[in-house]
Design a protein around this ligand. Structure first.
Ligand code: CP
Ligand code: NVA
Length: 298
């Protein structure tokens, strides 16, 4: 049995196979072919934070694969009333075939994995968002071919998405520059472990020079709403806009996991620019996670 808590749970080879399988599954779906390897299987989806893309992609993905997905909000289950994670994991995994969790502390998904008899999927914690990276890597591949050896630039907060990009740099073999204001650095230990592939460049314009892919995310993540104002000030020089994109290579792409705040981390003009691939990136959540579900549950 396997879990997917971070990108490091899979080998680089497995991640490549998963990506090409996602591209295949996307084609199967576009052709209108029925493919149901998960008939009669159920994915329990636990949400302790809001979601649009993650919920609909997992739920629709399970339907398309012939299975079923169960939406469980922590507000309406005993989890929200303090039933221990260990107990919940044992009970839910005794009935479901897989469990997807979006929560706060990363230790919560780790504890679920320890006590579960079925695969656990991390659908975002305060520390990581690996499912988004599956979609991002597929989207880059579809547009530009292999990301190996390319220069990727992260602009903004050293948050869960940034951490998953750090893991991705090693697993997919690209160079990652991180432009982050002081005080918002990603996890130091993680930086150290991936030091061959990753470096911090404080100045965003300098970081973006000759980039192949530029990525950003909100300045205040879920759970940090109270810091929004202070963060808006501290991140003022870390917006992705056309001026920044001019520093990058001519055919550079940009991504954003969404939801986006126009006028903050990304300018409105860029959201609507001709060569944006963020909508394809969002759609690929479905195809990438179908490949993941097939790998873990079929
Ligand atoms: N990108 C992402 O995970 O979106 P949701 O928060 O809408 O699921
Ligand atoms: N960093 C963001 C990602 C949302 C998909 C958050 O955690 O809120």
């Amino acid at each position: 049995m396997r879990h997917f808590l971070t990108l490091k749970d899979f080998t680089p080879t497995e991640l490549q196979q998963l990506m090409f399988r996602a591209i295949e599954l996307k084609q199967i779906q576009k052709n209108g072919e029925i493919f149901e390897p998960l008939k009669n299987k159920t994915l329990a989806m636990i949400f302790e934070k809001s979601s649009t893309r993650t919920r609909i992609s997992f739920e629709i993905g399970m339907t398309q694969l012939g299975g079923h997905a169960l939406f469980l909000s922590s507000k309406d289950t005993q989890l929200g009333r303090g039933e221990p994670i260990e107990d919940s994991a044992k009970v839910i995994s005794s009935m479901a075939d897989g469990i997807m969790i979006r929560t706060f502390g990363h230790n919560i998904v780790e504890s679920f994995a320890k006590n579960s008899s079925v695969p656990i999927i991390n659908a975002l914690t305060d520390d990581y968002h690996p499912c988004q990276l599956l979609a991002d890597m597929q989207t880059y591949q579809e547009n530009r071919g292999s990301i190996q050896g390319k220069t990727v630039v992260w602009i903004g907060d050293g948050n869960n998405m940034c951490h998953s990009y750090i893991n991705a740099a090693t697993q997919y073999d690209f160079k990652l520059r991180i432009a982050v204001p002081e005080g918002y650095d990603p996890n130091q230990q993680l930086l150290k472990e991936n030091a061959d592939q990753v470096k911090i460049v404080r100045n965003s314009m300098e970081a973006a020079t000759n980039a192949d892919l530029i990525v950003t995310d909100v300045w205040a993540s879920m759970g940090q709403e109270k810091e929004q104002k202070k963060r808006a000030k501290d991140f003022a020089n870390y917006q992705i806009n056309s001026r920044l994109m001019q520093q990058a290579n001519k055919d550079a792409l940009f991504m954003h996991c969404l939801p986006a705040h126009r006028g903050e981390e990304i300018s409105a003009e860029l959201m609507n620019s001709k060569n944006t691939i963020i909508w394809q990136e969002a759609e690929n959540r479905l195809h990438a996670q179908k490949a993941l579900l097939e790998f873990l549950l079929a």
